[in-house]
Design a protein around this ligand. Sequence first.
Ligand code: IVH
Length: 694
Amino acid sequence: MHISEDNRFFQEKGKLFSEKASDIAFIKENIEVLRDVIRFNERRYYVMNDPLIADFEFDTLYDLLKKTEESYPALITTDSPTQRVGPGFTKQFNTVQHLVPMLSLENSYNASDLIEWDRKAQELSGMDTLNYCVEPKFDGASISIIYENDQYVRGATRGDGIAGEDITLNLKQIKSIPLSAAFSTYGIQQIELRGEVLINKENFKKFNEQLAEQSLPPLANPRNAASGSLRMKDAGMVGKRNLEAFIYHIAYVHYANHKSEISSHSKSLEMLWELGFRSPVNEKKIITGIDKVIQFCAEYEAQRDNLPYEIDGLVIKVNELALQDKLGMTTHHPRWAIAYKFKARQATSKLLQVEFQIGRTGSITPVAKIQPVPIGGVMVASISLHNEDFIQEKDIRIGDTLLVERAGDVIPYIVKSFPELRQGDEMEINFPSHCPFCSAALIKQQEEAVWRCPNYQCAAQVVERMIHFTSKDAMDIRGLGDANIRKFHELGWLKDIPSMYELPYDKMMQMEGFGARSVENLKEAIEKSKSQPLYRLINALGIRYVGETTAKALAQQVNHLLDLQKMNREELQKIDDVGVKVAESIYQFFSTTENSEMLNKLEALGLQLHSIKKQTAEGTLNGKSFLFTGSLLKMKRAEAEELVEANGGKILSGVSSKLDYLIVGEDAGSKLEKAKKIASIQILSEDDFIQLIK
Ligand code: IVH
């Protein structure tokens, strides 16, 4: 038995393995069933997008398999779910030949192209009307994968179509690509499949946000992100990119015995799906006649932005494989398929001038002002040039013609310039040496690509910090938008963040354009922001490298914002998401006197600096206080704290004689030393704590 649709069966088996986790003999004997349970759940999650168990339950089963294999290495199989992850480092990608060439597709852009293609297909096949299988044209990086005797043996990039780069290890990281699949049940001994690797819009956005937090230029589009990820030398890193793979074509099959031959493309998609691949079975549509295909294409294009991933068109394939054979192929593309390309999201335009903008951390960003041009229904006039290196790499000059892309809801991006179109009057872009706003000499730190204004009081920076403070993902103060912040700053009302909570509403009411009602609404929005959850405030403070995700991790660790002030660099680094650089930045922020004064002022003004935790419940830990130090292995710190609170206990932020229990995880530091000196504190391990809770 391999992967089956039997949901109940696998759910019950999963429960059984959890119950029998300590029965080594049982686990050893049934290890292949345990693997099937894990494979089944991976498929539910990564292929079907519809998990049947909680992440925590999955992790428990996976850990059980991993530990058993570690104790009994002889039991490891190459297709065990544990074998996806490292060790995997490719020094150089070898070139490998595809079993059959990876062809391209002919393109069509409108109804008449499709009508003409259909006419030829009818003629060559001798059929009056044809059945087509229409499916998304995934906009990612194409791959070719080979299975032999049911095992995944090789993965490659397209390369020149004849040979590509061997990325076998990297593709193993993609959980929607099974490490083994029961092709033998179809009599298949060897098979070469084609598909597309992509990164979905949400993960792409997150990835670019992470780059932005490090002041690095974003990637242009999810396609570049996917193909770049496939060529990373460290397979472990590939795993972190959350890539997905759609498999849409069988390029070559070798049968050991002809059990049942597949008769149509749609049946091959179904077979792949049954075997555990993410083929576009649910996305595809079988349509008779080109007129209905054309109608479908128009409807699909209108829905394009609703998909979680990018597609750049649809692929129309003659469904019957016998007819595909009859139509054959050219050296470039099959005659039985055609791509219908959606409207391009690229355009060319002229660079008129470059402006230099300042960010809340003083970073100077060059911004291209281009001749406005519509792309994908939006007028684009202004595009970030990121930094000096970007301008040099792309060889951009004022007056140049630029190729601009705007993929879906992604911010516009300059793909390239056209030096060959220059007329001689183009001008080099001169990067300023001094801040355009306060004239301070700009500085560039080692290993950084951005120039910064070092003057923390630079009025332009102050304004940017306030704009960030009020933004949607931060304190979300509606009504106090960019324009008002600039205006109030000019009027001298806003000089720093606390001053936002001390606006002179009476004076504001006298101003043109500010009625009693709008002032009242603004006041209400500002008051309301005082009780925003702590992570929003942390994000709003604009600490370098601390975006929303890190802010959430920080807020989970503390009871009060000022607890962060008490943490040293090492303690900060133990927090999820916080590395050396981030810890240093947080540490610097909280040890700056001005910042600490600002935070005290914000608290005095009534802002919520506590991390809102659940109300104290009644339970076995009533009245007892706890503190966790070091990293816990079995649960997240926030989960452990929640458990304490759910059982009536409370969490303290430091070691003192008020503390009852110190729970010590790995690499505990100064807190443990301090606690050892106070006799009334009981020091417990994570396991002791779990026992106590039980
Ligand atoms: S079929 C022999 N189906 O688009 C025909 N290709 O621009 C094999 N692509 O080379 C291709 N989605 O990399 C096929 N559903 C789909 C596709 C698809 C994306 C890619 C593929 C192809 C390229 C042509």
